[in-house]
Design a binder for this molecule. Structure first.
Ligand SMILES: [Zn+2]
Ligand SMILES: [Zn+2]
Length: 267
């Protein structure tokens, strides 16, 4: 039996949003301090093979939603010598606007997502404004078009898509949110995406307020930890601490790209 590959994982920051801590927890936060969000896409790589995890949003969407746009996710990919047009596999953790936009970038890719996320994004839950607000209908219709172009790969629950690379449905934040488990030189890393926006959400079991099912979100924290080699191996979806804790591939990428398959350099 051949050994499980050690993948490289990169977090690429593409946008930022200033907000305060009470906005990041159900029930608020008595400290009321600045607690901004970073926006990322992630890359998993082994040799020539690349998986892009989430596709981010565009400059236009940033303006529409009042987010600070730093760079197109494609610019970060190019820093890693990845041509978006040549990417064959995109994993969508969930279809919120900040994870499933930039549909023009990955024309050659097939998109991996959970059955339940597609049902959620196209079904009766979207009749409620509060549920559909974090979605963009252009992203949802682009996904429907991909279905008809044989460019989607649906998953139901837990599935291995390559040796040492698997998808796991956790729900909670959205009905069909999935986390990504990756084998690396330092063990099993879990890209939690919005299963936990910040380290604090999962560490303190204080859920983020944007949520489909609170109980599943709490269960998702446990699941992410259980899938990872240690708590240090779970990567939250929006925490600026990620770029602080993990090393950059080189000086030019500092503050933009972090290497997640290597151990954290700061606590
Ligand atoms: Zn989300
Ligand atoms: Zn998000």
């Amino acid at each position: 039996m051949s050994p499980i590959p050690n993948y490289e994982i990169y977090a690429i920051k593409y946008a930022h949003h200033m907000r305060r801590s009470p906005d990041n927890f159900i029930g608020g936060d008595s400290h009321d301090v600045p607690m901004p969000l970073d926006y990322f896409v992630w890359v998993i790589r082994h040799g020539q093979k690349v998986w892009v995890v989430d596709t981010g949003f565009s400059k236009e969407m940033a303006q529409q939603r009042g987010r600070e746009f730093l760079r197109c996710p494609s610019e970060g990919l190019k820093m890693l010598d990845i041509d978006p047009a040549a990417v064959q596999d995109v994993i969508i953790t969930h279809m919120h606007y900040d994870h499933a936009g930039n549909n023009h970038l990955f024309q050659g890719a097939r998109y991996h997502l959970q059955d339940k996320e597609m049902a959620f994004a196209t079904g009766r839950c979207m009749c409620h404004k509060v549920m559909r607000f974090p979605f963009d209908v252009q992203d949802v219709t682009a996904m429907v078009q991909r279905v008809y172009q044989d460019r989607t790969c649906f998953h139901d629950g837990d599935e291995e898509i390559a040796p040492g690379l698997s998808l796991h449905h956790v729900g909670g934040h959205t009905m069909g949110l999935q986390v990504v488990r990756v084998h690396t030189q330092r063990g099993w890393v879990v890209l939690a995406s919005d299963a936990s926006h910040f380290y604090a959400n999962m560490e303190q079991e204080r859920p983020f307020p944007l949520v489909y099912n609170v109980a599943d979100m709490l269960q998702g924290y446990q699941r992410a930890y259980a899938l990872a080699s240690s708590a240090d191996h779970v990567i939250p979806g929006h925490d600026p601490l990620v770029l602080h804790r993990y090393p950059s591939p080189n000086q030019a990428m500092k503050g933009i790209v972090a290497r997640l398959d290597q151990p954290p350099v700061h606590a």
